[in-house]
Write a new protein. Sequence first.
Length: 311
Amino acid sequence: MHHVFLIASLRCNITGASNIRPFGLGPGQPAAVFVRRHCGYSICRSGTHGLRHYRESIGKLQECSAALNAKNLAFVIQLGDLVDGGIDNLDRILPVFDRIRAPKHHVLGNHDFCAERNVLLKRLNMPAAYYQFSEPAWRFAVLDGMNISVAGRWPEGSDNLQNGRSILADLKSEHTPNAQTWNGAVGEEQQQWLAKLLSDADARKQRVIVFAHFPALAASCRPNHLLWDHQQIVKLLEAHSSVKAFLNGHDHNGGYGQQAGIHYVTFPAMVEHSAAESCNVVSVYQDRLEIRSALEKSARPNSPRVLKLAN
Ligand SMILES: [Zn+2]
């Protein structure tokens, strides 16, 4: 049995997965593979912007798509910031992403809100800004880290915007590094949705992987990139034995931390890294996750990062 997921974080962030099979695994058999990469593409920018080689990202995405189509992936999920600089750029990057044959899922990132929410949801064929999907024995929760924000395209007068302004003002008064307009919060309503999902997964003895654009654990990223309500999210995750990993983008440098048996992985961004570095596959076994480049060209597999899973 072999479950394969592709996780991609672009500036654009792209994720996907294909061919997840039932979880009745023998020792050493992978249950799933995740790939993640992070690219950035903006035709509005003149080729490069500092380290961010936006225009190169579409080429990297093409390279990644071809590599992924040679694999038996359960799904592909992009981790947000698929587009930058205007909705017109989505017309350039999305067809390349859609060449990936595996089932595709999306996470919304802060840069994606160069477009209206309803436009994004429709164009990306998303059921909602936060949602779940599942495979036998596994549940996957996708979060909207701009649910409470000042830059998440919420209308004037909405609670999401008003609460965003309030939280940002509080964080600024406390001089926290993540008091940035380009960050956001999951918020209470979405936390309640997540808690219910996790309780149900606990009861069903399912395992959960959470996908998000923003990092939640301080050890997994630079501090100015953290979700505004990262502490509440970590506390919520740790209250549920089903949670095994939290996989995100946003911090282009990437990062990793582990706490209370939960792995927090920030995948490096394609916009500042090679396709080989930023396009990764996560293989999910019963006792571990293995993360490796999706673009390993030699016959010898590259060295995976092995993350042990608690029972
Ligand atoms: Zn971002």
